[in-house]
Write a protein that binds this ligand. Structure first.
Ligand SMILES: Nc1ncnc2c1ncn2[C@@H]1O[C@H](COP(=O)(O)OP(=O)(O)OP(=O)(O)O)[C@@H](O)[C@H]1O
Length: 614
């Protein structure tokens, strides 16, 4: 599938897949058609059942008035009370049958919608989990979230409501038009007068509405992105006083949605009246032609009356057909967004790659977040198994980026990062996590049990034998006492909406997870920087137990414990400018020495604080 850039001003062409900077792509018409084809094949029986039930309900609905008419006629002609009772009974039976059929039809349609929704969401989540992290980072989570939630709901709504209603309206229209033609071919010519209004207005409306709906969904995603970002970074927003900035961003995003909604409403204010004309003009013409034809004896009064009633009856299904087609258009826009994720390159499945030893070697590594933004250049570094390496440097020097490259979160643009002789980019993710893991300040507690949270990295898989290693890990990171206070031990629900997990416990939990997954190398990127000093000390003690016997690369701002490191790497503008032990670098009187002296003098003005073990 090829992707093309969005054409300025004109909006995306629904026939083509579209990519726009900073957004996930939109699928093209061919992708949508393929999806619909697969859906029709997969759900053919359920669809047939749903349509069958709707059609039966429609027919049962038509029988009622007919019966009532017969009853009135027979009362007029004189009939027995027994016969009236019988009619009433049959009428009630038909009404009950209609209600039951309508209920069954709606239940089937709902089930169908839910099945599609579930399958679409599962497919979407699988795809998103397979996306390279860099891709997810570059578009943000708002776009992804809205595709997985509101867009999937819209698609569900389209399938549940729009598809059966459109089908029914179309069938009703065909039957009614056929009835008009059969009743009076002459009067049916009046219908032609309505066609230009329906066709021209829809031809004008459709492409404009398609573009507006696609814009609307993207703008709604922006609103969700701001809300999500603000909620996720609530502590930062609060501490840096970013509330008014976020409110302003939210206000701008909502304004954009309101403007597009105004546009779609305006489009409808032109389209809907034109659709009304598509039935009222033929109605007026039928009366006119009917009157003239009746005077000349070309048609009977009964035919004129029937055709007028039929033309009037066209209004409702025509309205239904077009308004639900509009709804389907929103579903189509939502589907293009959901399927757009399929156009992204997926993390390919890699075969296991046997490594030799645990040595890490970086050769000529270069990396940038964008084509013109080199963040790391010419990095050569050998890290021996069991070594304690500390990385220091000014803010923005590239320390965290180096950590991400080591852990395989990003891959170098130039040069190689090898673990045990194998390039990190060649290692399957399950293997990579047993080799090297990045620990940052941000540790997420997933909704689920404590057990789920401990084993989600894939460790501790054997059933039954599970509990002991999990408790051992909790003991090691000093979290066992906290875990014992939970009502169901390892099976207690924790995280959002369940037992609260304090920030330090979340960090310790992440460390316990690491113990279970047991990688030989840890990259610690300011892992305790956000914790208060008591919590930080507790996590550091857990960390001390964890790093025993492993290679540790610590990225630090505070230099308290750098003396204990085997080597210190000093970074500046994306390069390693110095590398060696504390004493050696101090003696060299270079970048490290000045960092150290300024750290020492700053520390003498501050209350004592603890850094990370190095
Ligand atoms: N996801 C990203 N997208 C684009 N640019 C980024 C991204 N992450 C970092 N950068 C940029 O890359 C450069 C290096 O950032 P990095 O976080 O690696 O530095 P650092 O030395 O760890 O800084 P700090 O000590 O402040 O964390 C900075 O200019 C930063 O703005």
């Amino acid at each position: 599938m090829t992707t093309t850039p969005t054409r300025a001003g004109a909006g995306p062409d629904p026939a083509e897949a579209v990519t726009a900077p900073g957004r996930l792509p939109l699928a093209g018409r061919t992708d949508v058609r393929a999806w619909v084809g697969a859906f029709l094949r997969r759900e053919a029986r359920r669809l047939a059942l749903t349509f069958g039930l709707f059609a039966a309900a429609l027919l049962a609905g038509l029988v009622g008035p007919r019966l009532l008419g017969r009853l009135v006629e027979s009362v007029k002609d004189g009939t027995s009370t027994g016969r009236v009772d019988l009619f009433a009974l049959v009428f009630l039976g038909v009404l009950a049958g209609h209600a039951l059929l309508a209920r069954a039809a709606r239940t089937q349609a709902t089930l169908l919608g839910e099945r599609v929704l579930a399958a679409t969401r599962e497919h979407f989540v699988r795809r998103v989990l397979g996306l390279p992290l860099a891709q997810v980072e570059s578009v943000g989570t708002g776009d992804l979230l809205s595709r997985a939630t509101t867009d999937a709901d819209r698609l569900n709504e389209s399938i549940r409501q729009a598809v059966p209603r459109i089908a029914l309206a179309a069938v009703t229209l065909v039957f009614t038009v056929a009835a008009i033609v059969l009743t009076s071919p002459l009067l049916s010519l009046a219908l032609l007068a309505g066609l230009p209004f329906a066709v021209l207005s829809t031809w004008w409306y459709r492409p404009r509405a398609t573009r507006a709906y696609e814009r609307l969904l993207a703008q709604e995603a922006d609103v969700l992105a701001v809300v999500h970002e603000t909620a996720r970074g609530a502590a930062t927003v609060e501490s840096l006083g970013l509330g008014s900035r976020q409110r302003a961003r939210h206000g701008r995003a909502v304004d954009a949605v309101v403007r597009t909604r105004q546009r779609t409403t305006w489009l409808q204010t032109v389209w809907f009246p034109s659709l009304d004309l598509a039935t009222t003009v033929p109605m007026a013409l039928t009366l006119l032609i009917g009157g003239l034809a009746y005077q000349r004896g070309a048609v009977g009064l009964a035919e004129v009356t029937a055709v007028v009633l039929y033309v009037q009856a066209l209004g409702e299904p025509l309205d239904d057909l077009l308004t639900w087609t509009d709804e389907l258009q929103i579903g189509n826009a939502a589907l293009r967004r959901i399927l757009g994720v399929d156009l992204l390159p997926n993390e390919e499945k890699r075969p296991p790659a046997p490594t030799e030893g645990h040595a890490i070697r970086l050769e000529g590594v270069g990396f940038g977040y964008g084509p013109d933004r080199a963040v790391l250049t010419g990095i050569d570094l050998d890290i021996e198994p069991g070594e304690r390496l500390v990385v220091v440097g000014a803010s923005g020097a590239g320390k965290s980026t180096l950590g991400k490259l080591l852990a395989g979160v990003h891959h170098p643009d130039r040069g190689t990062v090898r673990i045990g002789g194998v390039e990190v980019s060649a290692l399957p993710v399950e293997q990579l996590r047993r080799e090297i893991v990045l620990v940052t300040q941000e540790q997420h507690v997933f909704s689920g049990t404590l057990r789920d949270n401990l084993t989600l990295t894939g460790g501790g898989e054997e059933p039954e034998a599970e509990d002991r290693p999990l408790w051992e890990a909790l003991e090691t990171v000093l979290l066992a006492d906290w875990a014992r206070t939970l009502p169901d031990g390892l099976d207690s629900e924790i995280g959002p909406g369940a037992a609260p997990v304090p920030p330090s416990a979340a960090q310790q939990l992440a460390l316990a997870r690491l113990l279970i997954c047991d990688p030989h190398t840890l990259v610690l990127d300011e892992a305790t920087a956000l914790l208060d000093s008591t919590a930080s000390r507790r996590v550091e003690r857990s960390l001390a137990a964890l790093i025993e016997g492993r290679t540790v690369i610590s990225i630090v701002h505070r230099l308290d414990s750098v003396r204990d490191a085997d080597r210190i790497a000093v970074m500046d503008h994306g390069r390693i400018v110095e590398l060696g032990s504390h004493d050696k670098l101090l003696a060299a009187q270079g970048a490290y020495a000045s960092l150290w002296h300024s750290w020492e003098s700053a520390r003498s003005d501050e209350p004592p604080a603890k850094g990370l073990p190095g």
